[in-house]
Design a protein. Sequence first.
Length: 139
Amino acid sequence: MSIDLEKIRAFFANDRFAANAGILIDSVTEDEVQCSMPVTPEHLNAGGTVQGGAIFTLADLAFAVHSNLPLVRGENVGITTGQSNSISYLAAARGKRLIARSTCLSRGRNICVFRVEVHDDQGNFIADMRGNGFTKAAR
């Protein structure tokens, strides 16, 4: 099925928290979604590194975009919401931009599992997230 990047961006423009964090949807294929976020002073914690919540928000949006591709394409499914997430923070970001890449590990009728890797623009592996989603019945 074709992927309309502008339609996806328009749908997720309603995710104001992610938009206010400066997160962009860079690319979308069936196999991978890439989102990115500039590192600004607003993203830093008291120790001067990127706050874990900012990293999680980036990873969570990549998961949301990827898990909701069927809905945005107009398939007869409901929205997929996060059921549980686990994130491991592996290193402090050194770059000026964070990049999240989502891949699907499993997708059933109602349950899906995605892996999201977050790297900085210098290639450092910053965080690894597993997102479990539940797809609600279509209305």
